[in-house]
Design a protein around this ligand. Structure first.
Ligand code: APR
Length: 238
């Protein structure tokens, strides 16, 4: 076993206060493309750059095009949790992992059985009316046609944080609190490019910060342990 994985395994065995902070790279082994890898969503050609389509001003201006992108690119059929999601849920059941803090909107951590999941960017498995905030089944946004509308006339939207929108204060506060108190912080499958999410790492006060990411990140030199391997394969060895 790779020495880095051996070290991470030891930290996990010795700790009952682990927090995991992850991104799109945690779901690529489940078949969901990430955003910034060469084959990621942001390098695919669309009429507008995907980061523009996933913004609040674009959603308000052209909901028709937003929903075309949403149903074609954000909704992937029959995806299943991979060994990273599964092992994290197991570590929570064993009383070793306190929380999963995720930037992902795919619900795969909960599907794997994780209970305490802090979704910094929300989830496409929840929907509500942007005008009266009435809750709607996610079916309407993920599998309908055209722009779904509420009885009040408002546009029904996914419960995700679009660019130009603030994160949910209560989720952010909870994430900061558990990271601040963590003994071991495992960060994985994220390019750590997007703030305020990426900035959460700065709240960690311990000396067991592990970064498990295929490519280099701006925080590599800051981590106590860096493993540039597939996170599903790494977690299947923990
Ligand atoms: N194992 C480990 N790392 C992986 C794997 C894998 N199997 N697959 C991809 N990666 C790494 C990539 O090398 C990349 O550095 O995961 C990272 C994914 O980075 P991004 O695509 O930038 O995704 P993420 O960091 O989650 O993006 C943050 O940006 O657009 C917004 O809201 C969106 O939540 C997203 C945020």
């Amino acid at each position: 076993m790779d020495s880095g994985i051996q070290q991470l395994k030891k930290w996990v065995e010795e700790s009952n206060n682990i927090v995991f902070f992850g991104g799109a790279g945690v779901s690529t082994e489940s078949g969901i493309p990430d955003f910034r890898s060469v084959d990621g969503l942001y390098s695919q050609k669309w009429r507008y750059p995907p980061e523009t389509i996933l913004s609040r001003s674009f959603f308000d201006r052209d909901p028709e095009e937003y929903y075309r992108f949403h149903r074609e690119k954000l909704v992937i059929e029959n995806v299943k949790p991979n060994s990273a999601h599964i092992r994290l849920a197991q570590l929570e059941r064993e009383g070793k992992l306190n929380a999963v803090v995720t930037q992902n909107i795919d619900g795969l951590h909960q599907a794997a059985g994780s209970k305490n999941v802090l979704e910094l960017h929300g989830s496409i498995l929840r929907a509500y009316c942007s005008k009266c905030r009435k809750i709607y089944p996610a079916e309407l946004i993920n599998h309908g046609n055209g722009v779904p509308r509420c009885g009040c006339g408002g546009v029904i939207r996914p419960d995700i944080v679009l660019y130009e929108e603030p994160l949910d204060e209560s989720v952010l506060t909870a994430a900061i609190d558990c990271i601040r108190k963590a003994d071991v912080l495992i960060v994985g499958g994220t390019s750590l490019n997007v703030y305020p999410a990426a900035g959460l790492i700065n709240y960690y006060k311990g000396n067991k910060l592990a970064l498990v990411n295929l490519s280099e990140t701006p925080f590599d030199s800051y981590a106590d342990l860096v493993i540039h391997e597939k996170i599903g394969q790494v977690f299947s060895q923990l």
